[in-house]
Design a protein around this ligand. Structure first.
Ligand code: ATP
Ligand code: MG
Length: 374
């Protein structure tokens, strides 16, 4: 035991963090463990591209936070050294229409945005494919979070244009990687038959990490992010357990950062299990935050209405929604469906006395937690 009462306490200009940046959402990790087989399968599908041929199309599936986007970033980083291959990752949560996807491809290829005055889809498409043919480049497109294209009913048109590009423009070589974290979405079945007939993708699955793998991955983050001995193995084990419960590695990364901040707030040089437990109250909502971030104004308005009318009948929720936004019932149902697929709301059919069957709608999370993050 030390006699110094200040031992173990942080002075005001000290930090538990060596590099807090490694816990940020867009940080791409240096090492990428426990995804060797998935990377091999993806490389196999992409290999033709470096030989100047069209790569195999691929569907990547797996629950949230299992490394799908990171795998694409790693592979695209490696492919970037081949000048005859162009890679573009489209974030479909942001670009959720065929036009937006092609705008994003245009920008990825030409390195400037298409004219904002608005050009027709056909022009946009032709400029992209012309460039590929003239420069003899192969384009690899990752439609990341493709489930959003399905929610907006844009998936078939988008894929059709990409997959048939070589027919519209002979010599255009485009390969597509479709990435989905919505396991309830059966991609092939949801596509039009005209797309099904030309889409025979390879499949790569990303399972959730088990506790041992999570410990292994997070230990590396800890070494880079924290000073030595800030987190002990007991604390790391607890973080890994909580992360495994949710299945989303983001929970663990967010948990480490918040627990570190809590330790600092107490002026402590080390993170305690209590810091981890209290940080979890916030970190368990990382998935909710991500789902809410991508919502449009009217979708957000409906979530707000639901927070006030949680668990009420579809009809009365609609009335409140209509009053606020002036939008009609069709749009209302579409948004409810999208929110349900995102796991933000739950709907339940029940018998209502004297009125037959009716649907009640409730938030899948504590309304207060939802409002805090909207
Ligand atoms: N094997 C790994 N090694 C290091 N970090 C990882 C690993 N797998 C995932 N991560 C980290 O976990 C977080 C989530 O990973 P990623 O974004 O790739 O998941 P995802 O499968 O794309 O999730 P979603 O479906 O929700 O988009 C990222 O911060 C990423 O850096
Ligand atoms: Mg992702």
């Amino acid at each position: 035991m030390s006699d110094d009462p200040e031992e173990g306490m942080l002075s005001w200009d000290e930090s538990v963090f060596r590099d807090e940046h490694v816990f940020e959402i867009d940080y791409v990790p240096e090492t990428f463990k426990h995804r060797e087989t998935q990377l091999e399968s993806l490389k196999y599908a992409l290999r033709p591209a470096v030989r100047g041929s069209r790569p195999l199309n691929t569907v990547v599936r797996g629950p949230p936070g299992t490394g799908k986007t990171t795998a694409i970033q790693k592979l695209f980083g490696e492919l970037g050294t081949h000048t005859e291959v162009r890679t573009v990752r489209v974030n479909c949560q942001v670009d959720s229409t065929r036009y937006a996807v092609f705008s994003s491809l245009f920008e990825g290829i030409f390195e400037y945005e298409p004219p904002s005055s608005g050009i027709s889809f056909k022009k946009l498409f032709n400029q992209v494919t012309d460039h590929l043919v003239e420069e003899d480049e192969v384009l690899v497109v990752a439609l990341d979070d493709v489930n959003y294209l399905f929610y907006e009913n844009e998936a078939s048109d988008t894929l059709y244009s990409l997959l048939r590009a070589h027919e519209a423009h002979s010599g255009a070589k485009i390969g597509v990687i479709v990435v989905s974290s919505d396991l309830s979405l059966t991609i092939m079945e949801e596509l039009d038959s005209r797309v099904q007939s030309v889409f025979r993708p390879e499949e790569v699955y990303f399972p959730t990490y088990d506790v041992g793998e999570i410990v292994d991955i997070l230990r590396e983050r800890i070494e880079r992010g924290f000073h030595r001995d800030v987190i002990g193995s007991r604390e790391l084990d607890r973080v890994a357990e909580l992360t495994a419960d949710s299945g989303d590695l983001r929970v663990g990364i967010d948990l480490l950062r918040r627990a570190g901040l809590r330790a600092e707030m107490r002026g402590s040089k080390t993170v305690s299990v209590e810091d981890v437990e209290s940080a979890y109250d916030k970190s368990k909502y990382v998935h909710l935050s991500r789902s809410l971030r991508g919502l449009t104004d009217s979708e957000g308005a409906l979530v707000e209405v639901l927070a006030e009318h949680d668990g009420e009948q579809a009809g009365s929720v609609y009335e409140a929604f209509h009053e606020r936004t002036d939008l009609g019932y069709t749009r209302y149902s579409e948004i409810i469906n999208k929110l349900e697929q995102l796991g933000v709301v739950e709907t339940e059919y029940a018998d209502v006395e004297g009125r037959g069957r009716s649907r009640s709608i409730s938030l899948a999370y504590d309304p207060e937690a939802v409002m805090d993050r909207l």
